[in-house]
Design a protein around this ligand. Sequence first.
Ligand SMILES: Nc1nc2c(ncn2[C@@H]2O[C@H](COP(=O)(O)OP(=O)(O)OP(=O)(O)O)[C@@H](O)[C@H]2O)c(=O)[nH]1
Ligand SMILES: [Mg+2]
Ligand SMILES: [Zn+2]
Length: 310
Amino acid sequence: MKGIVIKSTGNMYFVIDVDNKQHVCKLKGNFKIKGIKSTNPIAVGDKVEFEYLSDQKIGLINKIEDRNNYIIRKATKLSKQSHIIAANIDQLVIVVTLANPRTSTGFIDRFLVTAEAYHIPSVIIINKIDLNTPAVEKKINDIIDIYEPLGYKCYKASAIIGVGIKEIIKLLKNRVTLFAGHSGVGKSTLLNAICPSLNLKTKEISSFHAKGVHTTTFAEMFLLDNIGFIIDTPGIKEFGIVDFNSNDLSQRFPEMRELMQNCQFNNCSHTHEPKCAVKTALDNGKINTSRYTNYLNMLNNVETEEEEWE
Ligand SMILES: Nc1nc2c(ncn2[C@@H]2O[C@H](COP(=O)(O)OP(=O)(O)OP(=O)(O)O)[C@@H](O)[C@H]2O)c(=O)[nH]1
Ligand SMILES: [Mg+2]
Ligand SMILES: [Zn+2]
């Protein structure tokens, strides 16, 4: 039988078949997977084949289809191993808040770069606008000014007072969408606002400041009636990018991709080379400083700055 993995909890996989019927599966004993070294051989969104041996209640996954794309990160800060957050997605939604908790542009850019590797369209949802102070409002506008010209649409939202929900529903129509972001930004609350029958667990306001507590613990895919597939994920503290070499990195910045053919050297790293079109654009204000700084940090493998809390 064929199906799509909607959740994995270590060695158990929950798979839906073509009739949306759910099956509990394990990997077949001799199952091997080529390629990527990841802590999870099969991820949410993977298309698999499975079988039931006679009178068994648990299915056995014996094949995985090649992935169209996937979102991958380092399993832990210093790890050589990686973790696939989800596979075969149509778009990435990065949910951010500029306060409680604060999302840095470094974090946003790492996600965007990872999605650009497979040309996965990404959008940014700025949640909790009901809490805005004038200072936060300014930061939000700065974010919009950076990302919208690059083709990353930004949506202002409040899951609590119901702002932006209609637009987000439109965005999700007939697509497979990954919801990602720090813990506590309101991913699950937003998804509940979109589809109340989902009834996802969210953090109680009273325990909201408890450090290191993730409310969502496994990535899980849901089919929202008349909307599309969405994947809710546990919050991520830091996003370590994997799978890139420095020549590829600037290709994953749309604003650099456009200009780099004008650099004098075709292997220009846009750091110290003369007649670099990217550096010229930076000096002229055509490339945003924070984007360029984040590019350098990724190039030098510098982790994103510590977040205020988590
Ligand atoms: N004021 C305000 N609070 C919100 C909003 N959205 C979510 N919250 C609150 O933020 C807290 C965290 O929300 P969750 O939906 O659990 O966050 P999450 O991103 O799913 O977190 P993890 O599952 O840990 O990754 C909860 O206390 C929510 O009530 C919003 O738009 N405005
Ligand atoms: Mg959650
Ligand atoms: Zn250059």
